[in-house]
Write a protein that binds this ligand. Structure first.
Ligand code: BG6
Length: 484
């Protein structure tokens, strides 16, 4: 069956920086189904040739392999452009005629990729419906929705309702590019294809879990967008909660879209809601110095660029094991890591080391930049009686692999074309995630809010974040990438 990917918002950054480079890499690796064509749709006045030339330049700059002119020309022969405005019903009628002409008599699976401004998603979906472009009589019809998926629970529900008017849930693919990252998928393999981790992956052995997504970059040119969104909407509602779900979920019976997502949603349903004083004791918010002077950011902005949140999962596996989530811009370095901090041994017969404390076992799952695992354990210091030292065992995910680590979009696009939604968010998952984030957002606007702290660019957040952990007898694993 042929496939047609229709990109609505074809002249935007996402298309040129992510989608086309990923599709080209897949083409070169022979991973695209045969007869896959791409049709761009946007307001810019462009011919097929002009769009192909623009994509050649951007793919050369952003693609992940050495540049190959001839390969791009072969790929580009299946790339087409159709001018049109999302507000204009006639433009969708023309798009339909163009797609029919390109596909000819053969039925094709069509994927409508919403890569446009989020405010236009509802209109775009309505227009697809009214123009009959979602009719399935000549092949499957799917739609892909980029984040942000709403800006709170009400808007996410409204968007789901709009989408469901036109597409059944099984044909809606909500992107969270963190689920396309190799280490996140590998976490499922680590947990559920091995027998040695699962028995200790619970409250009996784990003291707490830390999930850190630290970014070294500041908000850059996205000041206006970011000021209206902040770190909870931009990173927590989606990426951090996805990492939490994959870390905490039970084993699904099969790697099947609904079974995987059922287990993930159960985790979100088990998260204890915060109330009253919880917001001040269990959340920290901060802004990096200089944020309010960024172009596009309102003077005196109170938007948080860093947050730390303590969540409790009330189920048999995780009762009383806190999950500490934190993320921020302008931090020390770029690292995404999940730290499983194990309990101390119940009794220690060895002498306390010179450092004054034992480092109990820790598994560091480094999601990026380099992907891999590091296990921290105690070992004897060679030739030094029974003195102990902290030791590590490293696993680099790319070791033994011949190919480069693919960009997250490659994996997600392959799954999308194959009709496998396991690594995409389902409507209930997105809504439940907002149900967790919305009360924190509301509390931060109320007298229950913790103070808005500040932190210097290049720090691990505000000093209060360290103190907060220390008050709980714990400390953050503030270490830049442990693997390179
Ligand atoms: C995006 C956020 O979803 O994820 C950005 O909007 C953030 O603010 C980005 O920088 C981080 O993604 P990655 O893959 O670089 O960790």
């Amino acid at each position: 069956m042929a496939h047609t990917i229709v990109i609505l918002g074809a002249s935007g950054d996402l298309t040129s920086r992510k989608l086309i480079p990923a599709l080209f890499s897949l083409f070169r690796k022979n991973r695209l189904p045969p007869q896959t064509r791409i049709v761009g749709f946007s307001r810019s006045e462009l011919t097929d040739e002009a769009w192909r030339a623009a994509l050649a330049a951007s793919t050369r700059a952003h693609g992940d392999h050495g540049w190959d002119e001839a390969a791009f020309a072969a790929f580009a022969s299946s790339v087409h452009y159709q001018r049109g405005d999302i507000q204009d019903a006639d433009a969708f009628a023309s798009l339909g005629r163009r797609l029919d002409a390109l596909e000819g008599a053969d039925p094709a699976t069509r994927v409508y990729y919403l890569a446009t401004l989020p405010a236009l998603y509802p209109t775009a979906v309505r227009q697809l419906g009214s123009a009959g472009l979602a009719n399935r009589d000549r092949g499957d019809r799917r739609t892909v929705v980029e984040k942000p998926f709403g800006s709170d629970l009400a808007s996410a529900r409204a968007l789901n309702a709009e989408l469901h008017q036109v597409f059944p849930e099984r044909d809606i693919y909500r992107i969270d590019h963190y689920l396309g990252k190799e280490t996140v998928q590998n976490l499922l393999v680590l947990r559920f294809a091995n027998s040695i981790f699962e028995p200790i992956w619970n409250r009996n052995y784990v003291d707490h879990v830390q999930i850190t997504v630290a970014e070294e970059v500041d908000v850059g040119r996205r000041g206006a967008f970011y000021d209206g969104s902040g770190v909870l909407r931009d990173m927590f509602q989606n990426h951090l909660l996805q990492l939490l779900m994959v870390t905490a979920m039970e084993a699904p019976v099969r790697f099947d879209a609904d079974l995987v997502r059922d287990e993930k949603v159960k985790v979100l349903r088990s998260i204890r809601g915060m109330r009253g004083a919880d917001f001040a004791t269990d959340t920290i918010r901060a802004q990096y110095d200089g944020f309010a002077r960024t172009s596009g950011v309102a003077d005196g902005s109170r938007t948080a660029t860093f947050a730390a949140v303590k969540l409790r999962i009330d189920n048999w596996r995780w009762k009383d094991v806190p999950f500490y989530l934190r993320s921020g811009k302008a931090m020390s370095c770029r690292t995404t890591q999940i730290v499983i901090q194990f309990r101390e041994p119940p009794h220690m017969m060895f002498r306390v080391p010179a450092s004054g404390h034992w480092e109990s076992n820790r598994l560091v799952i480094q999601v990026q930049p380099a992907e891999g695992l590091q296990l921290h354990f105690q070992s004897k210091t060679p030739d030094a009686n029974m003195n102990l030292r902290n030791a590590t065992l490293d696993f680099r995910f790319r070791s033994g692999a011949e190919s480069e680590m693919p960009d997250a979009y490659q994996r997600l696009l392959v799954d999308l074309l194959a009709g496998d939604a396991s690594l995409f968010a389902r409507s209930d998952e997105v809504e439940r995630a907002w149900e967790i984030i919305d009360p924190i957002l509301a509390a931060w606007q109320s007298p229950a809010a913790p103070p808005l702290e500040s932190y210097p660019v290049g720090a691990w957040g505000p000093a209060s974040s360290e103190q907060w952990m220390a008050d709980q007898g714990r400390h953050w694993f503030d270490v830049c990438p442990v693997l390179h």
